[in-house]
Design a protein around this ligand. Structure first.
Ligand code: ADP
Length: 423
């Protein structure tokens, strides 16, 4: 049987999943938690994590793996020399040192472009250019690109999900002129469609770990796109809401939406677009008031068919971008009823209103009409909340089929997901 391996490098750990071609069933699952290790930010540590993950996969399965893909955290980037050795520490997804070059970037990139953020890959590259070690570097890579390089040995290759925040034009499938004109003396990655086979495993890697010599390594993706691929959403109008610490919505659409004012941008997914935005509201605010056990027990006492009149905007601190763009938007959490069931009802209802407003905004901007919402994250298991959300969204709300990014990346290695949309 042919098997496919997806490897996820997330924020809190790495994970691998082996699936089969027939039913996309999970044949093996392996993990490598980072446990707040300060080393978790070094490429050496990533390499160790990658190889330890692979070694946990049973030998007889390894021999059947036909293709591998890797996802990394979006905008985690590094510079490497001609041999692929890192020339300096990587900059992680949330590193905001790029704010020092934002002013300069604004004078180069088109207004409201996705790269105009302190944490974008391009802002990081421009910051890196000012560092002394830059002269030793030959290639600029994303985390997923470098990890895949360790397996296939080719430098300077990326995918159009990772490359979006570098400024790559995913509509025209080329670097835009304004970016070429920067003449950064470094090799920007050649950008492939996620899931495209790049090369066979390096023979020494195949032999060391007992893989087939003809096992292919494919272009990867980012962790959040991988989670979307795992969800089960496939058709235009289908969406995934992530109800974790924050609220993130992603809607599959035939049209592309971009508006940096609302933090709205679209990833390409075959011939479709994955359009979405992220709000600062979400589970982190619930956590401020309730334990997970309380969230479960109190939710059971809420009548989801009745709308709470409490109209909150739950935030940990002032400011939101999507669906309301106001850096000073104050948290609204009053009046607070004495009864915790009523208070929680108001919070869940209000977050559901913000979610619905988010999808409404995407549709107003031209995205396909919402038809079904898959849900991932800590809030997905809350049936009361699901019922409240379905009342607002007016479409079926279901749990994601799989929530693990590694599963989505294994589908990518299998080649079915994105190619299917192009057919
Ligand atoms: P993260 O975005 O940090 O990965 P998770 O997806 O793990 O978050 O979800 C954690 C969040 O889910 C917490 O903020 C918590 O308040 C929320 N949560 C946990 N259980 C429930 C529940 N039963 N109902 C609603 N929210 C919940």
């Amino acid at each position: 049987m042919d098997l496919y391996l997806g490897i996820d490098f997330g924020t809190s750990g790495a994970r691998g999943m082996v699936i089969d071609e027939e039913a996309c069933c999970i044949q093996a699952q392996v993990r490598y938690p980072f446990q707040d290790s300060p080393n978790a930010v070094t490429p050496n540590f990533w390499q160790e994590a990658l190889f330890v993950l692979v070694e946990q996969i049973p030998h007889q399965l390894r021999r059947q793996i036909k293709a591998i893909a890797i996802n990394g955290t979006s905008s985690t980037v590094l510079l490497v020399d001609a041999a692929g050795n890192p020339t300096d520490a990587p900059l992680l997804y949330n590193d905001a040192r790029g704010s020092l070059v934002l002013e300069h970037l604004r004078s180069i990139a088109p207004p409201n472009h996705t790269v105009l953020s302190a944490t974008s890959s391009l802002a990081k590259l421009l910051w890196m250019r000012q560092q002394p070690s830059f002269s030793e570097a030959r290639y600029f890579l994303h985390q997923a690109d470098w990890l895949a390089f360790l397996l296939h040995g080719q430098l300077g290759i990326s995918d159009y999900h990772n490359a979006l925040k570098l400024g790559y034009d995913v509509e025209e499938l080329k670097y835009p002129e304004w970016l070429e004109n920067l003449q950064i003396p470094i090799q920007l990655p050649k950008v492939l469609s996620p899931g495209t086979p790049i090369a066979e495993l390096r023979p020494e890697i195949a032999d060391k770990f007992g893989f087939r010599r003809d096992c292919l390594v494919c272009a990867g993706t980012t962790d959040s796109i991988a989670a979307f691929l795992a969800s089960g959403a496939k058709l235009p109008g289908e969406a995934v809401t992530s109800l974790g610490s924050t609220l993130v919505v992603k809607l599959l659409s035939r049209t592309r939406q971009e508006d940096a004012r609302y933090g709205i941008y679209s990833h390409r997914l075959g011939d479709l677009w994955l359009t979405g935005g992220a709000s600062n509201t979400g589970g982190a605010v619930l956590k401020q008031f309730f334990t997970n056990a309380e969230l479960e027990s109190l939710s059971r006492e809420i009548d989801a068919s009745i709308a709470s009149e409490l109209d909150y905007y739950p935030l940990l601190k002032a400011g939101d971008r999507f669906p309301i763009n106001d850096p000073n938007l104050p948290p609204r959490l009053s009046p607070r009823p004495d009864n915790p069931v009523e208070f929680l009802h108001g919070l869940l209802e209000s977050i559901a209103r913000i979610e619905a407003r988010g999808y409404e905004l995407l549709q107003q901007m031209g995205a396909d009409k919402l038809s079904r919402v898959y849900t991932a994250g800590g809030g997905a298991a809350n049936e009361t909340w699901t019922a409240i959300r379905a009342r607002h969204l007016q479409v079926p709300v279901v749990a994601s089929v799989y929530t693990e990014a590694a599963y989505g990346t294994a589908l990518l290695a299998m080649g079915g997901r994105i190619k299917g949309e192009q057919e």
